[in-house]
Design a binder for this molecule. Structure first.
Ligand SMILES: [Zn+2]
Length: 188
């Protein structure tokens, strides 16, 4: 009689991290929002980048060109496949197999990042008229990235939202982040 073999193994359901609710007595009293802490982290990264720049670059001498340089530098840490024109999957949203195309930062991530850095620059005493992240060149660069990635990845970013929420992974690579056109989803 070997039948009853139940309840011996604990299921995979157990300890869930309750999250940073009341831990960390060293943190400042007002817990920064996710946006704020991300902004702070981005700012630190940028300052670090300036420090390691060769030759070293002072914040006060930063221009839009340097901001763009920084964005390009970040591409090496990107996780978004952007097909080159010669790739057979150029323009495919979901290639059937892997390819050797480079990974880059998704446009949505860069766009959101620039927004945070632009705010951080001024919060840290920078003058708005000198803000490298608000430079026209940066806006143009971002637009070019958006257009080229839309083509390469087959993602028409201006298309209206689909009505089928089931298969849509919520901004898995930040593509939707920073898209302000919420009104577009509202039916007439
Ligand atoms: Zn490819």
């Amino acid at each position: 009689m070997e039948s009853a073999d139940s309840g011996s193994q604990p299921g995979p359901v157990s300890k869930e991290d309750p999250g940073p609710s009341n831990v960390n007595p060293t943190s400042p009293p007002a817990t920064p929002s996710r946006y704020e802490s991300q902004k702070r982290r981005d700012w630190t990264t940028f300052l670090q980048y300036l420090k390691n720049h060769k030759p070293p670059l002072a914040l006060s001498r930063c221009s839009g060109a340097h901001a763009i340089e920084f964005l390009k530098y970040l591409d090496q840490f990107g996780k978004t496949k952007v097909h080159v024109a010669a790739c057979p999957y150029f323009g495919h949203q979901q290639p059937p197999s892997p390819c050797a195309c480079p990974l880059k930062q998704a446009w949505g991530s860069l766009d959101a990042l620039i927004g945070r850095l632009r705010a951080a620059y001024e919060e840290n005493g920078g003058r708005p008229e000198q803000n490298p992240f608000a430079a026209r060149a940066v806006r143009i660069y971002l637009r070019e990235v958006r257009e080229s990635q839309a083509k390469a990845r087959g993602i028409p970013y201006e298309k209206k939202k689909r009505k089928r929420p089931t298969t849509v992974a919520p901004s898995r690579d930040g593509w939707n982040i920073g898209d302000p056109s919420v009104a577009e989803a509202v039916p007439p």
